[in-house]
Design a protein around this ligand. Structure first.
Ligand SMILES: NC(=O)c1ccc[n+]([C@@H]2O[C@H](COP(=O)([O-])OP(=O)(O)OC[C@H]3O[C@@H](n4cnc5c(N)ncnc54)[C@H](OP(=O)(O)O)[C@@H]3O)[C@@H](O)[C@H]2O)c1
Length: 247
């Protein structure tokens, strides 16, 4: 069996990932978010608020009997409040970094610790954003946490490459890690962007236009692209990538 731990499976891209995987009976999905919207015999849900660091550190990855693949997909993320720095509440800043960067770091650490000696294809996929590379006003926490997630992934990859059992030579020993940006996708996150105030977000009209001009990707199509790419894992040479570059 293949085991996929995915954060943010209640809607959007994370839900599309889970639904795509559940079409194959050899996949088992463990989802984590505050709400659950999937019912399937091969799906188990953990009600988890990823801004609660104690709850995240309490989460335990399981030791599965003879897994073929074990994946952690750090998908859950949020823009938080779209406002310039100077207009945010301190707690908002702490919560947003916790969701977007601290929780994925904690989960990745626990994942590697748990499966270090497991013989399987072991992969961590972080869901990044083009915002990791482009400063967007009103999105300081989002841009910087996604940039942090990219660098975190590159460092973990570098650490895996100095292991004696280099994952590119023997994927069943070491871990592969990727930070993959999906492009603009038609989810609640985009609705939230379109509801930002013009005063706090200069690019509001651009994001309204992505929707009216039908430029937003479909979560199902995007998720299929991710798994098409991940099915050729040894052909991916970079850590921090955009899915559009692999279409
Ligand atoms: N949509 C885009 O255009 C776009 C572009 C670039 C990158 N991304 C990235 O893609 C990923 C998925 O985004 P999306 O567009 O699918 O967003 P979405 O539709 O808003 O879904 C976000 C998911 O994250 C979960 N989540 C949010 N806060 C959480 C919390 N405190 N604890 C646990 N889970 C939480 C939500 O579940 P609950 O509310 O049930 O907890 C939900 O399942 C994010 O990392 C986002 O940054 C999206």
């Amino acid at each position: 069996m293949n085991y996929y731990y995915i954060t943010g499976t209640s809607r959007g891209i994370g839900k599309a990932f889970a639904e795509h995987l559940l079409e194959n009976p050899t996949n088992y999905v463990i989802g984590m978010s505050r709400q659950c919207s999937i019912e399937h015999p091969n799906y188990r849900h953990f009600y988890l608020d990823l801004t609660d660091v104690n709850a995240v550190t309490d989460f335990k990855f399981e030791l599965h009997a003879h897994p073929e693949k074990v994946y952690l997909i750090n998908n859950a993320g949020s823009l938080g409040f779209i406002k310039p720095i100077g207009k945010l509440e301190p707690f908002t800043i702490i919560k947003n970094y916790t969701l977007n960067l601290i929780a994925p770091s904690l989960l990745t650490n626990a994942f590697i610790k748990t499966y270090n000696t497991t013989d399987a294809e072991k992969v961590i996929v972080n869901i990044s954003s083009g915002a990791a590379r482009t400063p967007i006003d009103g999105w300081a926490l989002y841009c910087s946490s996604k940039a942090g997630l990219d660098m975190f992934s590159r460092v973990v990859d570098a650490e895996q490459k100095v292991r004696a059992d280099h994952p590119l030579e023997n994927i069943h020993k070491g871990f592969r890690i990727f930070s993959i940006a999906p492009g603009v996708v038609d989810t609640t996150m985009q609705e939230e962007i379109r509801s930002a105030s013009k005063e706090d977000f200069s690019r509001l009209e651009d994001f309204i236009a992505y929707n009216t001009n039908h430029q937003l990707g479909n979560p199902k199509t995007i998720s299929e692209k991710y798994f098409r790419l991940l099915s050729k894992i040894n052909a991916i040479n970079e850590v921090s990538i955009a899915i559009k570059d692999y279409d």
